[in-house]
Ligand binder design. Structure first.
Ligand code: HEM
Length: 156
């Protein structure tokens, strides 16, 4: 059984690595989801989106493990406004990712009946808008994290 400091360090490392991986996946999706995407881009987006789900789940598991059992403990985070702002922002990113996921799944299904299927530009631009909104909200999370870690936003 690792001691507290080792467990805390391990989870902090995993937290950061998985967050950077998720940022990479979002950047990949923004880079590929453009008018003119090819038939081969749709399965690539599908695979990236599957990793999105896996990484987001890992972030939740690791993040809450840190908040409850490691770092400063639940008594600290549960009354910290920046912690809840961070969780809220992460939740909004998750909700914003539903539209892109459903679109990609629909396009993959359409490709099964018509292998030459590609979505029209308007549909691609619509999904792209959601991806950029995700980027915008995601960018606030490290700001809330830094404030939360330094004791700002504690309820009186
Ligand atoms: C369910 C989701 C999450 C939970 C429960 C969570 C929880 C935590 C906890 C407990 C810490 C330790 C803070 C401390 O040292 O007191 C932390 C640190 C951090 N988190 Fe998260 N996190 C989550 C998601 C995210 C996401 C999505 C990002 C980035 C986009 C992120 C970025 C950071 C950063 C940058 C730190 C280091 C803050 C610092 O020491 O200055 N977290 N998080």
């Amino acid at each position: 059984m690792p001691d507290f400091a080792t467990g805390d360090l391990a989870l902090a490392i995993v937290h950061h690595v998985v967050i950077f991986a998720l940022a990479g996946i979002i950047a990949f999706e923004v880079g590929v989801m453009k008018p003119g995407l090819s038939t081969r881009d749709i399965p690539r987006l599908g695979r990236a989106d599957m990793w999105y789900g896996i990484l987001a789940t890992l972030i939740i598991i690791v993040g809450f493990s840190r908040a409850i059992w490691f770092a400063k403990g639940w008594a600290y985070y549960s009354v910290n406004h920046f912690f809840w702002a961070k969780i809220g922002a992460f939740l909004i990113v998750g909700l914003l990712s539903i539209q892109p996921t459903l679109s990609i799944l629909r396009w993959r299904r359409a490709q099964k009946t018509d292998p030459s299927f590609v979505p029209d530009d308007a549909a691609i631009r619509g999904v792209r808008r959601f991806l950029w909104l995700e980027v915008f909200v995601f960018a606030w999370i490290p700001i809330f994290a830094a404030a939360m870690a330094r004791g700002y936003g504690m309820a009186p």
